[in-house]
Ligand binder design. Structure first.
Ligand code: NIG
Length: 390
């Protein structure tokens, strides 16, 4: 197995409570795992050596919420929104039409392009969803294309009711033949529980059917207004409820008393002119918070986790450490990848045995992620022990 030692790490954020933040550190990557962490002065030799020159290093970003299997572009909708038009769930239908028309190769190439773009910015673990096919065949091929390259795949047939169905008949399709066709490629199922998408009863049916098929659950909830999404997610023991832009104090309390991660998507809130989510209240109440990009062509066309971290610090009252944790270990928790599972070694953490996903910044500390917003600070990235950027 090939090994790489990275020495001269001025500040190493491990997310391992036993290690915390280590100064003057070195890390050894061997095969796909972290093999050693310790003081740079006692680093063992390896096949390849890289001197980080005093720079800061952290686990690769874990982007736990994206929608990357799509075709087409919604620049005109974005321009209209910036001129005052509201964001509506119905915009999804524009991407559905383009996605249905696209060949498999086109969808796969677009997905690869966005995964590469993300990796070059330090993202080493990505969840992505179906949800722009909305027929049995288009959802199944979306899931298959995603499963070939993404770390985690989520079935989001319940994204929007396509115009050729009533809501009830579409939920029947999602819970029956569509779920059967997609389940072999997905570990998760999700539902967009929101006005204009799926109501509480319909969402409940989708979650029940998915759980019966053995899929883990996630929910899009409380994005465009207060609603039943968070409640439903907690009741079903979902791994995460994503968006959480509009939360009542009962929602915050419910999240704090649950194992459901509140995944916040600030780039989406900015791009859709919504308020930013109440991160401080969630953390202070004891909820687990993750940050993710929600990369998609409609509501959040960015793969930049650094942008989400900077926004969380500059505008949402999170400390730099909280934001970096939420974008690494928090995302891993939302995907239930924070410990070793059948899906592979732990991600979002640098500890011996964890996946060898390392991000070195061209900066002396993680504080620069917020102190120098918008500046591309990625200096080197290893994913599963292989250099993506050095
Ligand atoms: O998470 N909320 C639902 N789905 C996406 C939006 C997708 C779109 O507008 O195309 C989201 O924001």
């Amino acid at each position: 197995m090939r090994s790489t030692v990275i020495t001269g790490i001025g500040e190493l954020t491990t997310n391992d409570p036993g290690f915390g933040t280590v100064t003057d550190a070195a890390v050894v990557l061997e095969g796909e795992r972290v093999a050693w962490i310790g003081p740079a002065t006692s680093a063992p030799v390896a096949d390849t050596a890289v001197d980080a020159g005093g720079r800061a290093a952290l686990p690769g970003w874990v982007d736990s919420h994206t929608h990357l299997v799509f075709a087409g572009d919604r620049t005109a909708e974005f321009e209209a929104r910036m001129a005052g038009a509201p964001y509506l769930a119905g915009g999804i239908a524009v991407t559905v039409e383009a996605t249905r028309e696209a060949a498999d190769g086109q969808l796969a190439a677009n997905l690869e392009r966005l995964l590469t773009e993300a990796a070059r910015q330090g993202t080493t673990c990505v969840e992505t969803k179906t949800g722009y096919g909305l027929t049995v065949a288009d959802e199944a091929r979306s899931a298959k294309i995603a499963a070939a390259v993404a770390d985690e795949v989520t079935f989001l047939g319940a994204h929007l009711v396509p115009k050729e169905y009533t809501a009830e008949s579409y939920v029947d399709l999602v819970c029956g033949p569509m779920l059967d066709a997609v389940a072999p490629y997905a570990r998760w199922a999700d539902v967009f529980c929101e006005r204009g998408a799926f109501d509480e009863d319909q969402s409940h049916r989708v979650l029940l059917a998915a759980a019966e098929r053995g899929l883990g659950l996630r929910v899009h909830g409380n994005q465009l207004g207060e609603g039943p999404g968070v409640r439903l997610a907690v009741r079903h023991g979902a791994a995460s409820v994503d968006h959480c832009t509009y939360l009542s104090s009962a929602d915050i309390e419910a999240l704090a008393g649950s194992g459901t991660v509140a995944t916040l998507l600030p780039a989406c809130d900015l791009s859709t002119k919504q308020p930013l989510p109440p991160a401080r209240e969630l953390i202070d109440a004891g909820a687990t918070v993750a940050l993710a990009t929600n990369a998609n062509p409609g509501s959040s066309y960015t793969t930049s986790m650094a942008f989400c971290v900077a926004t969380a610090v500059l505008q949402m009252g999170m400390s730099v450490s909280e934001a970096v944790w939420a974008a690494t270990a928090g995302g891993a928790r939302a995907l239930r990848r924070d410990t070793e599972t059948v899906a592979g070694p732990a991600v979002g953490v640098l500890t011996v045995g964890a996946r060898a996903d390392l991000h070195v910044l061209d900066a002396p500390s993680i504080t620069h992620l917020a102190y120098r917003p918008g500046v591309p600070l990625t200096w080197a990235v290893w994913r599963k022990g292989s250099a993506v950027v050095v």
